[in-house]
Design a protein around this ligand. Structure first.
Ligand SMILES: *Cc1c(COP(=O)(O)O)cnc(C)c1O
Length: 839
């Protein structure tokens, strides 16, 4: 398979390497070649930080010059060699799991935030996906990404003079993006099709290179498609409901077809959020075709290799489509599956018989994946509650949702100062090694060193923010006097807070503005002032979010605070990088438990920034009183009256703890308590909340077991998969026949004996387990003991006595026997949520 470039001209002999180097997005986190790009064109480099754009804009004359420059060519060779070394170097995965049987992972996501050079993201979900690919590359995990190439992507933001958000949609010209067409083995540009009513839509396939990882991108903008279909991959989260469904068909069905068309050796299909869940259906369909089994048998086999990561903390966040839409677009497809319409819809419905119920993509993902996880410990709990209705009569803690807390790809977010500091303290490989707390290494850094380091970072941010602020004022037509003043906003010696995120209601972006006078006093205190940089976009259809932005923009224009508050427009990855590197304190004030995880706060850790945040998402598990500050009481409060209380808490923390600690200096000018906190946060939290730790967890806890399960189920033409399918059908059919007889219990001191009669009817005893279940006071874990099958009940057909004896202080009445399906090869209740309680 070859992939040629799209650059319309030949590069001079000796410079061909430039193309490969500038289209490998590894440059976005390895800064080793920055000086090289700068040499090529210092202006364009400083403006874009994108070597591919630099290359494309070089004049022929400049190219020839470089081709004649032995020094340049030498550096180019060295850079290419370093890239080769990186690609070949044995990495964590290969060193530990080369023989473990994991062949390949296809990671599906609606968005990928790899950097501004490839703007295919809106927010946290995309940034996570981008960081994920980079971590897979660093650790050598055999993974490909599958996504969509949007012509316009997510909107770019500017504010008008009144502080109201304006949206613009610049065109992503693919010839300007570091992507290249993928060619098929027949030598033409690779396409995959999706069947839609009355037509086939073609998707052109592009690829982006992310170190060792390839990201495949589908693009419907093909002249052979109808004008409307050409727009399927136009905007990210911008179109109608129907357009959203088309995009999800493109990603799921089209995406899996890319895997098939390229013959990729994939055993794991990983859905980053439910958007991509059609991939699991298409995977099963391909399996059906290949092995001549029916859809359910194919699903039982392939499900073992499917993984679903949910990011949604409230059920309103799930993607739902009306049944008519599914029918319109799924009709022909269903025929190919041999499924009737209701059977397909049942996969996305709570109640298969409720004809009004919409089709829920998260439910579809739950039913087609064998491993499911939330993205923080708290979000795991929240998700178990959200998905509990799919497992009727099962207690919440049995709901099969695990969690893997997100992390950030540190080399993509650390400052050059931080890179330098960590390299001295630890080494260059620190984000690839075992993610243990780096206490020893960071302990050795003196307070002076830490404080100096933070000072450099803060000064850089102030310079950047002034420049950007001035530019944005210029665009809005500000007067010369205003522009002049822009150079004086902010101060490199003042405690600097950062607040940047999507301006959605649940993020409560104006909690800090709850009492403007009080905030103003904090900002303008003579001895211990504060400054704050704010950024963030509201969804184009979210007027409430735009009002929050306007509130901040107007506040920032006030005479008394305008030198202390700056709203920077067009929050994106480049701006996020500057902010997380420079701020002293990162503020996050979501309404718990709506922040599934949140990752922006993790980005400040390696940079010595501290978090002041509501105990939600990742902060609920990361917080300790030596590493940062917490707002909230670990409870969920679903009413806005509570906002006032939390705002009060936020102000008090700032007034009484944060500000004094920052300004309490010793004779050498060092705030010792502050630097101690920086040290603890850096040493303990930075390694823990990195993608290095996260990717290892996904590999060890999800990918390896899933690939093993898939291998077992698919072995021997899917024998186990088929037999599990039959086993499940039998159980479903006869389940109602199970009933209980007497339950007796006896106590001997601390030991409690239970004995219960169970009539299994047409179900074999080995197909079930009888368990003794009790919830425990004040403990989230329940107790669940296996009851042993004893003698048959006289005169019964398939009735047995089951017994167990346990040590417990709890009353016998707390314990209830239950019957659940049992099969070593199946995951219960995920794959078969049957249960029968004694009462
Ligand atoms: C990291 C990041 C996010 C996600 O941050 P949250 O903590 O979820 O708010 C969103 N947008 C950009 C540009 C980012 O860099």
């Amino acid at each position: 398979m070859k992939a040629t470039h799209y650059l319309s001209r030949e590069l001079p002999a000796g410079l061909e390497l430039l193309l490969e180097l500038t289209t490998d997005l590894r440059w976005s986190w390895s800064h080793a070649a920055d000086a090289l790009w700068q040499t090529m064109d210092p202006d364009i480099w400083s403006q874009t930080r994108n070597p591919y754009v630099v290359l494309q804009n070089l004049s022929e004359e400049r190219l020839q010059q470089l081709a004649q420059d032995p020094h340049f060519k030498q550096r180019l060779e060295t850079t290419a060699q370093a890239r080769e070394d990186y690609r070949r170097r044995p990495a964590w995965f290969g060193e530990n799991y080369a023989q473990a049987g994991l062949r390949g992972v296809a990671y599906f996501s609606m968005e990928f935030g790899l950097g501004n050079a490839l703007p295919l993201y809106a927010g946290g979900l995309g940034i996570l996906a981008g960081d994920y690919l980079k971590a897979a590359s660093d650790l050598g995990v055999p993974l490909v990404g599958i996504g969509l190439l949007y012509q316009e992507g997510y909107f770019r933001q500017s504010l008008d003079r009144a502080g109201w958000q304006q949206e613009v949609y610049p065109y992503n010209d693919p010839t300007m993006l570091p992507v290249v067409p993928v060619f098929s083995s027949a030598g033409n540009w690779l396409h995959v099709d999706a069947n839609l009513p009355g037509r086939r839509v073609r998707f052109r396939i592009w690829q982006a290179r992310v170190g060792r990882v390839t990201l495949y991108l589908l693009d419907s903008n093909d002249p052979l498609n109808s004008p409307a279909d050409r727009g399927i991959t136009n905007k990210l989260y911008g179109g109608s409901h129907e357009m959203r469904l088309l995009q999800e068909i493109a990603l799921g069905v089209g995406g899996w077809r890319v895997v098939e068309a390229l013959g990729l050796d994939i055993d794991i299909c990983h859905l980053n959020e439910g958007h991509a869940a059609f991939a699991a259906i298409e995977r099963a369909r391909c399996y059906m075709d290949r092995h001549g089994v029916d859809f359910h048998q194919a699903l039982w086999t392939t499900r073992a290799g499917n993984i679903f990561t949910t990011h949604t903390p409230v059920s309103a966040g799930f993607d739902r489509f009306p049944a008519e839409l599914i029918f319109k677009y799924g009709q022909e497809y269903m025929a190919g599956l041999g499924l009737d319409f209701d059977a397909l819809l049942a996969l996305g419905r709570l109640d298969a018989n409720d004809r009004r119920e919409p089709f829920n993509m998260a439910y579809l993902a739950m039913r087609t994946c064998m491993k499911v996880n939330g993205v923080s410990q708290l979000h795991g709990e929240v998700s178990r509650e959200l998905f509990n209705p799919l497992y009727p009569r099962w207690p919440r803690h049995d709901v099969p949702v695990d969690y893997v807390t997100n992390g950030v790809h540190v080399p993509s977010w650390d400052s050059l100062w931080a890179d330098d500091l960590w390299t001295q303290a630890v080494d260059k490989q620190r984000w690839l090694a075992e993610p243990e707390p780096l206490s020893g290494a960071i302990e050795r850094l003196t307070d002076e060193r830490l404080w100096n380091f933070k000072g450099h970072e803060r000064a850089d941010l102030v310079t950047y923010a002034r420049e950007r602020h001035r530019r944005q004022l210029g665009y809005s037509g500000a007067s010369a006097a205003e522009l002049e003043r822009a150079g004086d906003v902010l101060d490199p010696n003042i405690l600097t807070l950062g607040f940047a995120r999507r301006f959605a209601e649940y993020k409560r972006p104006n909690l800090l503005l709850h009492d403007e006078a009080r905030l103003t006093r904090l900002l303008t205190n003579n001895d211990t002032p504060l400054q704050i940089i704010v950024a963030g976009k509201a969804h184009p259809q979210d007027d409430a979010g735009k009002c929050f932005i306007q509130h901040w923009a107007r506040f920032a224009q006030r005479l008394e605070v305008r030198h202390r508050v700056v709203f920077l427009e067009d929050y994106d990855m480049a701006l996020a990088q500057e902010l997380v590197q420079g701020v002293d304190v990162w503020i996050n004030t979501p309404r718990r438990p709506w922040e599934a995880c949140g990752t922006s706060g993790m980005k400040v850790l390696a940079n010595g920034g501290l978090n002041l945040s509501v105990l939600d998402g990742w902060w609920a598990e990361a917080y300790g009183d030596d590493v940062g500050w917490a707002v909230g009481d670990r409870e969920n409060h679903n009413d806005s009256r509570h906002d006032g209380l939390e705002a009060e808490q936020l102000y008090r923390l700032l007034e009484e703890v944060v500000v004094p600690e920052f300004y309490r200096r010793d004779a050498n000018g060092i705030p010792r308590a502050w630097t101690a906190r920086m040290r603890a946060s850096m040493a303990r939290l930075a390694p823990q909340f990195s993608t290095n730790r996260m990717m290892r967890e996904y590999v060890m806890r999800m990918y390896l077991p899933a690939s093993e399960a898939y291998r077992l189920r698919s072995a021997d033409e899917g024998r186990l998969g088929r037999s599990l399918c039959r086993w499940a059908e039998r159980l479903r059919h006869h389940w109602q026949g199970i009933h209980f007889g007497n339950l007796v219990s006896e106590r001997h001191d601390k030991r409690q004996r239970f004995e219960v009669q169970v009539y299994l009817g047409d179900i074999l005893a080995e197909a079930v387990q009888v368990q003794l279940y009790a919830e425990q006071e004040g403990v989230s874990e329940a107790s669940c003991a296996l009851m042993q099958q004893g003698e048959p009940i006289p005169g019964s057909a398939n009735g047995y006595v089951y017994r167990v004896e346990i040590d417990t202080e709890q009353a016998a009445a707390d314990f209830t026997p239950r019957v659940v399906p049992h099969n070593d090869g199946a995951r219960i209740p995920l794959e078969l949520p049957l249960i029968k309680w004694f009462r």
